[in-house]
Design a protein. Structure first.
Length: 258
């Protein structure tokens, strides 16, 4: 899959609506819906199975004065490229982390450019089986009033949703440090250790927000509405694409993102 996205500053999407509508062959209303995030871009505006139509669409955007972001499959951040944190130590000058495979890495706090917070939502379908006893007039009559009810069995699919908070820390020249709430050991928090996983993860988020005042912080991937504004209707819950786009545009210097 090849993804074409555009980036716009908060409040600046309206001036792109006409050019986007023309490139898409859609109405102004449909184009405006992709440029309405109050936080600005990025926003996915096209997905393609092959690279040639993606190039052609990107060319139409450029012709209309819109700079596209083109992601090929190899550009999308994948699990193998990430440093999946298992344990950590919050030092005075930086953080030391140990991965699930026992690897160790260190980052000085000033090196961290971006803190990306979100929620991973996994859905699966299960079969829910229930039984119910109901009054049965026919059985009542056939048995002379000895049997009043009959048992009915139902099997119906239900959607089960599992949610897990995550944080990605980005620094130049280093793989993303990925903190997933359910996979972390929190013992290194010491006196700050909370009684629940959710409280410990919230403490970790607050710590980074206070300790990294020069790093960008973004949490639009923490809810479905934020992800939908980035990904649009075609990609649904493709979190890796959303993470890749946000990391790409938010790590730029402000001058280069205009």
């Amino acid at each position: 899959m090849h993804v074409v996205a555009i980036h716009y500053a908060p409040g600046a999407g309206e001036k792109m609506v006409g050019g986007l509508a023309e490139a898409l062959g859609k109405t102004l209303y449909e184009a405006r819906a992709r440029l309405s995030d109050p936080e600005g871009g990025p926003a996915v505006v096209g997905t393609f199975a092959e690279i040639e139509p993606a190039w052609a669409f990107a060319g139409r955007l450029r012709a209309n004065g819109i700079a596209p972001i083109l992601l090929a499959p190899e550009d999308i951040e994948k699990e193998a490229q990430r440093f999946l944190v298992r344990s950590f130590h919050l030092g005075e000058r930086g953080i030391t982390v140990v991965s699930r495979r026992g690897e160790t890495a260190e980052l000085a706090y000033p090196e961290i450019q971006l803190v990306l917070r979100g929620v991973r939502i996994d859905e699966r379908t299960e079969i829910k089986r229930t039984k119910e006893r109901k009054f049965s007039p026919s059985r009542f009559l056939l048995t002379g009033g000895m049997i009043l009810t009959k048992t009915t069995h139902k099997a119906e699919p239900v959607t089960v949703e599992e949610r897990e908070d995550f944080l990605h820390l980005y620094a130049e020249g280093a793989p993303p440090l990925v903190f997933r709430a359910g996979a972390l050991k929190y013992q290194s928090l010491g006196p700050a250790l909370r009684p629940s996983m959710a409280a410990n993860f919230a403490y970790l988020v607050d710590f980074f927000r206070q300790t990294l005042p020069n790093a960008r912080y973004d949490e639009r991937l923490a809810n479905r509405q934020g992800r939908a504004r980035v990904l649009g209707p075609s990609l649904g819950e493709n979190l890796d694409v959303a993470v890749t786009l946000l990391a790409r545009v938010l790590r730029r210097r402000p001058e280069s993102s205009r």
